[in-house]
Every structure is written in structure tokens, then in C-alpha cells.
Ligand binder design. Structure first.
Ligand code: RB5
Length: 150
């Protein structure tokens, strides 16, 4: 699978660990995140990875910052992105099965390398269930068109 990955300066080590983990499984990993010693504000890699996924340049996106929070909020600003911020594998599984997430985020200050591997495994292998969930996902995506505070 072609996977885009992005991170800020708080998550370089975990990004490198996950990149190696995925490449060892034969995935193609496009690294759009910060390198060792490079400071990068999380909205930048979030936008780059989300746009790569939404445009079809990658099948899935993985985002890592300190907590996963800022980078997931940023990714969800890109139209077509559905990014879940998770810290354990069950949510990673369900965000695919019920929410058809095309991106996932987690925090390098929250999860360790083994937990991150389990999260990524669920995210990459769980199919979307469709059915009633498809209608709800469509409702999410239509929220963009119906923005109003009235
Ligand atoms: C950077 O220090 C930190 O704020 C960032 O990685 C992330 O945790 C924000 O949500």
C-alpha cells in the first residue's frame, strides 16, 4: 500500500520507527514530515499528508505529533480528509470500520512504539463496513457544504 506519513519535531523518532516497520512489510512510505533536528509546526505536515491522500497520491495517511491532537485537527480542515486521533488499537479499528477514516493520528508523547505498531496494523487492515455507516460518513462530508451558525 502507498502510505503518506507526516510528523512534527516532537515525533521524529516514532515516525522513523513506524516508517521502518511499514517498509519491512513491503509498504511504500512517502515521508512528508520533519527530519531529525528540523522544527516543523504540525499544520504543515498535516496539510501535506491530507492533501496527498485526498488527491489519490496515497491510499492512507499517518500523522504523529506530541499528542496527535493538533495534527488531527489540522488534517480535518482539508476537504475530504477524515482523520481520527487515537491512542489504542480498538479506536483505530473502529475509525476504519465505521468512519472510513483515510488518515489516523497519534501522539509520540502518548503511545510507545509497540502500541503505535498495533494502531497502525488495525488502521491499515480493517475494511470499511459500509451499510448504515456509509450514510453517516456522507453526512459528515456534507457538513462542509452546510456551514452556518444561524
Ligand atoms: C509541540 O510541542 C506540540 O504542541 C505538538 O507536537 C502537538 O502535541 C500539538 O497538538
Amino acid at each position: 500500500m502507498k502510505i503518506a506519513i507526516g510528523n512534527d519535531h516532537a515525533a521524529v523518532e516514532l515516525k522513523l520507527h513506524i516508517k521502518e516497520y511499514l517498509e519491512a512489510q513491503g509498504h511504500e512510505v512517502i515521508d512528508l514530515g520533519s527530519a531529525m533536528g528540523e522544527r516543523m509546526d504540525y499544520p504543515r505536515p498535516a496539510e501535506a499528508v491530507a492533501k496527498r491522500v485526498v488527491s489519490g497520491g496515497a491510499e492512507r495517511g499517518i500523522l504523529i505529533c506530541g499528542t496527535g491532537v493538533g495534527i488531527s485537527i489540522s488534517a480535518n480542515k482539508v476537504r475530504g480528509a477524515r482523520c481520527a486521533c487515537v491512542s489504542e488499537p480498538v479506536s483505530a479499528q473502529m475509525c476504519r470500520a465505521h468512519n472510513d477514516c483515510n488518515l489516523i493520528a497519534f501522539g509520540a508523547r502518548i503511545v510507545g512504539p509497540q502500541l503505535a505498531e498495533a494502531i497502525v496494523d488495525q488502521f491499515l487492515t480493517t475494511p470499511f463496513e459500509g451499510g448504515r455507516h456509509a450514510r453517516r460518513v456522507e453526512m459528515i462530508m456534507n457538513l462542509d457544504e452546510r456551514q452556518s451558525c444561524d
